[in-house]
Write a protein that binds this ligand. Structure first.
Ligand SMILES: [Zn+2]
Length: 191
């Protein structure tokens, strides 16, 4: 049995034109799906399916809490999430998309909703997320402030020594660092 078999919905096997079910997505779910935005949380998902013509409307209502990193102190924080999303699905010859309609192979007639649910939750996290006023990790804030000051000093020092480099070499100095290199550096620094 696959990790996400519990999230398979047998659309073709629906006996009525409506169907509903509920999922509770917990830490285990988020760890298994291993997405970049959320690793922990507890979210209830209500899924209602309505079939009209050959189209299945899958309505997802998510409500819960996920753990994300606070933008200010970098500690974990609980972020409430709530979203309502609809996915339209129809049966066809192979996996594809037709405008905003997801097509799944007719001979299987099954859709796995695990990644849809993950995406809806991830997309509902606000761009900026910080602890409520006064709730940030003070020790961490102190360390971060100290670190930021230190690296600012180092940068000043680096600039000074750079100024002493003969002019020929100075023109080769990476003053305007390629943004892609910055991204790469972040990855290296994290390891
Ligand atoms: Zn914080």
């Amino acid at each position: 049995m696959g990790k996400f078999d519990a999230y398979k919905i047998d659309l073709k096997g629906m006996k009525e034109n409506t169907y509903s079910c509920e999922f509770v997505l917990d830490n285990h779910f988020f760890e298994s799906i291993d997405g970049p935005e959320v690793q922990k949380g507890k979210v209830n998902v209500q899924l209602r399916i309505r079939k009209t013509g050959g189209i299945y409307d899958l309505s997802f209502q998510t409500d819960g809490v996920v753990q994300v990193t606070c933008d200010r102190c970098l500690d974990d924080m609980d972020q409430p999430v709530s979203s309502s999303d609809v996915v339209k699905v129809k049966l066809g010859s192979d996996y594809s998309e037709d405008g905003d309609i997801v097509i799944i192979p007719e001979d299987e007639g099954i859709i796995n909703v695990a990644w849809f649910m993950y995406e809806f939750i991830a997309l509902s996290i606000p761009m900026k997320h910080v602890h409520a006023p006064g709730k940030c990790n003070k020790a961490m804030m102190g360390k971060l402030n100290k670190y930021l000051r230190t690296s600012a000093d180092e940068e000043d020092g680096w600039n000074e020594s750079e100024a002493e480099v003969p002019e020929d070499d100075a023109s080769e100095a990476p003053q305007d660092i390629d943004p892609r290199w910055n991204e790469l550096k972040k990855i290296i620094d994290n390891n």
